[in-house]
Ligand binder design. Structure first.
Ligand code: PSU
Ligand code: MN
Length: 309
């Protein structure tokens, strides 16, 4: 393997034993949540995956090395580092961060690239990037969508946030040939809310079916991954009617402060956290844990296919 990739002892042992592994991103830690809740979330998500029979691999670039699986010290260091001091890495930035020996947190796109390099096919997160509202003027479309089109990793999320333009995000995913598969319901979930008001293009409720779909895609030689949209648990959701005006307010504030490019998503998340007095963060943590659980189940099914059991 390329010498700037380092597997943690736990992940290396899992690979050796052919145990199921679930990748996790680090931008959610550095740019998605405040300290100390981010660190607490990162530890709980890993514990949840272990409790469901898989091995977690949180991915980040630390001092120019891609780390697949972080020990607690690295996790804590990352969680405490101010946003301005850690690069937010997407496909465009990964190689530069490594060459410069810097530290960066991987977005969905960069985590998919690193997971695939390490032979990990399942990745659980909160929300993916997508087509931003007003993209017809700003051209702000997350590189996460392109990555899903080309890198064979199954990504479990809770839908896309309503800070994005959800119909446009679905259209771009369809154009790129990315299967968007709702789990447990017909509707596309919208991150903090269970229902976006849009029907998901596809639905699969059984982790074994989701694993089979990934295998069939590979057998057909179709590049790219799958996006699994897993609704937030009912008891943790913020209903759409409650969150909609808050999102509108946060978007208006972002426009007023001329927030652009990579800063948009972190700004909106922080603003919504303030406007909901922390409730958005509680919901965010609940949905990530829920996705970690489903990720572990899917990884176990994928593993059975590989082992032929
Ligand atoms: N959505 C969230 N929390 C996050 C992100 C998205 O609910 O932390 C992060 C993810 O890492 C995602 C990235 O890949 O933001 C997308 O950023 P951009 O829109 O700049 O591509
Ligand atoms: Mn963007």
């Amino acid at each position: 393997m390329i010498d700037f990739i380092e597997l943690s002892a736990e992940v290396a042992a899992a690979k050796q034993e052919k145990a199921p592994v679930v990748a996790l991103e680090s931008t959610i830690i550095t740019h998605g949540m405040p300290y100390p809740q981010n660190l607490d979330m990162a530890r709980k998500v890993e514990a949840e995956i272990r409790a469901h029979g898989a091995v977690p691999a949180t991915i980040a670039v630390i001092d120019g090395k891609i780390r697949i699986g972080l020990d607690d010290a690295a996790m804590e260091r990352l969680a405490k580092t101010p946003q301005a001091q850690v690069m937010k890495l997407s496909r465009a930035d990964l190689a530069v961060c490594i060459a410069a020996g810097r530290t960066g947190a991987t977005t969905v796109a960069a985590t998919m690239i690193c997971a695939h390099l390490a032979g990990i096919g399942v990745f659980a997160t909160g929300g993916i990037g997508g087509v931003h509202r007003g993209a017809e003027n700003s051209f702000d479309i997350s590189a996460d969508l392109q990555e899903l089109a080309q890198t064979p990793v199954t990504v479990i999320c809770a839908g896309a946030k309503a800070i994005l333009d959800l119909p446009k995000t679905l259209e771009v995913l369809e154009t790129l040939g990315v299967p968007v598969i709702a789990c447990g319901q017909d509707q596309l979930p919208a991150f903090w809310s269970r229902d976006s008001g849009l029907r998901a293009p596809l639905r699969m409720d059984d982790p074994a079916d989701i694993a089979n779909a990934a295998a069939a895609r590979a057998a057909l030689n179709i590049p790219g991954g799958q996006l699994i949209a897993n609704p937030i648990p009912a008891e943790a959701e913020i209903p759409r009617a409650t969150i909609t005006p808050i999102i509108e307010q946060a978007l208006a504030d972002a426009a007023r402060h001329r927030i652009a490019a990579k800063a948009v998503t972190p700004y909106l998340l922080q603003r919504i956290f303030e406007l909901t007095e922390g409730r958005s963060l509680e919901a965010n943590i609940a949905l990530v844990l829920n996705n970690a659980r489903l990720g572990a189940q899917i990884a176990r099914e994928v593993n059975k296919l590989h082992l032929g059991t």
